[in-house]
Design a protein around this ligand. Structure first.
Ligand code: IVH
Length: 714
């Protein structure tokens, strides 16, 4: 290791308090660290620090330079605009989204999974319910599209909606058939690309011998090998494939999960031999233990067992939450553990102002990956308490200098589980959590009931402003080509953009005249022109992306979609947010009635629009944009799309939750009360006042069977 990745080189002194000597020394350190990081990332495809850490170093560098312009180095990292490497693969929009799985971590979670499904479907405990259980392969998922039996496209998962076209590469994998006999006209087979332990070891040995890149684990090796622009490189890598799911289909493969997988096997796909049917949670747990016992001898990495409802009709009824199916879950193996020294605790300020403590560790290998940072969650966690105030780690606090236990499960951010106080240095002091934002000096306040301390600086806090901007341009938000986290930081630190609206006036301000983008280091005629064009292209933006891009706390991508679909257009949305400001009344009830929007999210949305500065910034942005109305792509042909439906009385063939979710999937709005806006009342036995009111208002009323007939086949 040529650079010391411990953060000890980077002081915690606020930039404005640095002396000139300290600033010069720090700039020198930063130049070395960032140079090394760039080389690791771009040159060797093997980053040793996280993107967040890189961003932190880069920002610190820019701030020091802004404070001490005379000290800016000739080889300043600010002059090196390391544009994110263009991936070079064309994009593929998945017909059927590629989702992820919810997790179960212990036996109780498995029992709950079964109980949740039974509750949703209204199945009593004595009715049999079968599941498949199979290993969760630790690789990367791939969707293979066959038309008339011919492999026409292979795509990675990407963000679930849009992946990368890796057809040429997939064709080099021996496990993947190029042609199928007797397959449906359209078949998307999905599964995992992985590398066996033996092949991984051999590949790394070859790479070492030839001076090539050495991979940290088989999953990284598989991902790095599949995502090669030159498919001849992929061909030389020993990749394998297991099929375990499907996307678009012109004809069903079977009426059970087990049958469908068997059919994929018959069509020529490798399927995992450890797939079984379990009839009870107890059987699932037993199979999990058997697979866990075989884990070390399988010859490839697995990180858990996946359970899926076997009956595909029931899978259809259960459907999906925003990003995961209700009918499946992944029972994960316990996380990997390691002990190391906690060298420092630093604070990162996020886009919503949250002060997050980060453990800076003496680098240690945990499950094949070098870990030097881990999250410490919040101040209570450091002090030895959980969110409810109960003791964790028998109340032991965590101190700088402690010997700590790090754990990491799969892809998630490493965490600190425990501390060994017998090894605590005598000088170690309890950690004092800052009550002042380390980035802007504003008070950092902790509201009652909130585990997190937040900077109260809002948009004046540079960390919040920059994080907000980075979020704004991120892939699921505005996704502006050529404007990534690094460029945003530079423009922000130079005062070129302070808020999202400024992005859209960049060309007017820096496209011509005294100071021009094309004259900046790292930019030229072409790249400046391209950026301005990319920004222009994004003035037209779907409502859901805009809502997500605003970076409102608790409002993620899925929620933004739900909200956008509910309100349809910007005017309706912003009017509703204004009307709901008192957290009561019709607009408020309407907002929390959206499936997937809870009180916490609703409050966050409404409060954002009630804050003057925030609101003014949103207004400035909106005047720059052409906001597209939200459409419901998959509700064409639905007789209930856009209609308001009320369910009342007892439903016998489905639970309320299922009825509501299904109606919403078909584009209907489900409301709790009957009014003149109601289009359909579905009344089961025992319906009372709502049925009466609907009759008075002349609203169409159906019984459960009538409703099911209406939506039959959809
Ligand atoms: S089923 C709709 N089965 O795990 C659910 N996924 O955490 C489709 N994975 O993205 C996934 N082994 O890459 C399924 N036997 C298995 C799997 C599996 C590995 C991966 C897959 C997925 C991720 C979700």
């Amino acid at each position: 290791m040529t650079a010391d990745w411990g953060s000890s080189l980077i002081s915690d002194i606020a930039v404005q308090d640095l002396t000139e000597t300290q600033a010069r020394a720090e700039l020198e350190h930063l130049a070395v660290l960032l140079d090394q990081a760039n080389a690791d990332y771009h040159g060797h495809d093997a980053p040793r620090i996280s993107d967040a850490e890189y961003d932190r170093l880069k920002l610190r560098n820019a701030r020091i330079e802004a404070q001490f312009p005379a000290l800016k180095r000739d080889d300043s990292p600010s002059n090196k605009v390391g544009a994110a490497a263009a991936s070079g693969f064309s994009k593929v929009t998945h017909d059927v989204a590629m989702l992820s799985l919810s997790n179960a971590f212990d036996d109780e979670d498995v029992i709950d999974f079964d109980a949740r499904i039974r509750k949703y479907l209204g199945l009593p405990p004595d009715v049999d319910l079968a599941y498949t259980a199979e290993p969760k392969i630790d690789g990367l998922s791939l969707s293979l599209r066959y038309e008339q039996g011919v492999l026409v496209q292979a795509a990675t998962r990407g963000d679930g909606a849009v992946g990368e076209n890796v057809t040429a590469n997939a064709k080099t994998i021996a496990d993947i058939p190029h042609q199928l006999t007797g397959a449906p006209d359209v078949l998307e087979a999905r599964g995992e690309v992985y590398m066996s332990h033996a092949d991984f070891e051999a590949l790394n040995a070859r790479q070492t011998a030839t001076g090539g890149k050495v991979f940290a684990n088989p999953r990284n090796a598989a991902a790095g090998s599949l995502r090669q622009l030159d498919s001849e490189i992929t061909r030389a890598r020993p990749l394998r494939f297991f099929a375990y799911a499907w996307g678009a289909l012109s004809q069903a493969l079977s009426d059970t999960q087990y049958g469908a997988i068997k059919r994929l096997g018959e069509l020529g796909f490798p399927i995992n031999p450890l797939t079984v049917i379990c009839n009870t949670p107890q059987e699932m747990i037993t199979h999990y233990k058997q697979i866990e016992a075989q884990r070390a001898t399988l010859g490839y990495d697995i990180d858990g067992v996946v359970y899926k409802t076997n009956d595909l009709a029931l899978q259809g009824r259960l459907g999906f939450r925003s990003t995961t199916p209700r009918w499946a879950t992944a029972h994960k193996f316990p996380a990997e553990l390691a002990w190391t020294r906690l060298e420092d605790i630093t604070i990162q300020v996020g886009r919503t102002g949250a002060l997050s403590p980060v453990a800076r560790l003496k680098p240690v290998t945990v499950g094949g990956v070098v870990v030097s940072n881990a999250t410490l969650h919040n101040e209570d966690y450091i002090n030895g308490f959980d969110s409810k105030g109960a003791e964790i780690r028998e109340g032991k606090d965590i101190r700088i200098g402690d010997w700590v236990q790090v754990y990491r499960a799969g892809d998630v951010i490493p965490k600190i589980a425990d501390t060994d106080i017998s090894k605590r240095p005598e000088t170690a002091q309890p950690y004092v959590f800052p009550t002042i934002c380390p980035e802007c000096g504003s008070d950092a306040v902790r509201e009652e009931g909130d585990a997190v301390r937040r900077c109260s600086g809002g948009l004046i806090c540079p960390a919040q402003a920059v994080e907000k901007l980075k979020h704004f341009v991120s892939r699921a938000a505005f996704d502006i080509d050529g404007l990534g986290a690094k460029q945003v930081e530079q423009f922000y630190s130079d005062g070129w953009i302070a808020e999202p609206a400024d992005i859209f006036t960049l060309q007017a301000r820096y496209g011509s005249g005294m100071q021009q983008l094309k004259n900046r280091d790292g930019w030229g005629d072409k790249s400046a022109e391209k950026l301005f064009q990319a920004i222009e292209d994004k003035r037209k933006i779907p409502l859901s992306r805009l809502i997500f891009a605003l970076g409102i706390r608790h409002v993620g991508e899925a929620a933004s979609n739900l909200v956008a679909q509910h309100y349809g257009n910007w005017t309706a949305f912003e009017d509703a947010m204004g009307q709901a400001h008192a957290h009561e009344g019709a607009a408020w009830e309407d907002l929390i009635g959206v499936d997937g929007v809870g009180t916490v999210m609703a409050q966050s949305l409404v409060n954002t629009f009630a804050q003057e500065a925030e609101r003014a910034s949103i207004d400035r942005l909106v005047t720059e944009l052409d906001i597209q109305e939200a459409t419901r792509p998959d509700t064409a042909g639905s007789p209930v799309a856009g209609k308001t439906v009320v369910f009342t009385g007892t439903l016998e063939k489905m639970t309320r939750a299922e009825a509501k979710a299904r109606a919403e999937r078909l584009g209907a709005k489900v409301s709790g009360s009957v009014s003149s806006k109601t289009d359909i009342l579905v009344a089961g036995p025992g319906a009372g006042s709502k049925a009466k009111k609907a009759a008075e208002l002349g609203i169409e009323t159906l019984d459960e069977d009538g409703w099911l007939d209406l939506i039959a086949g959809l």
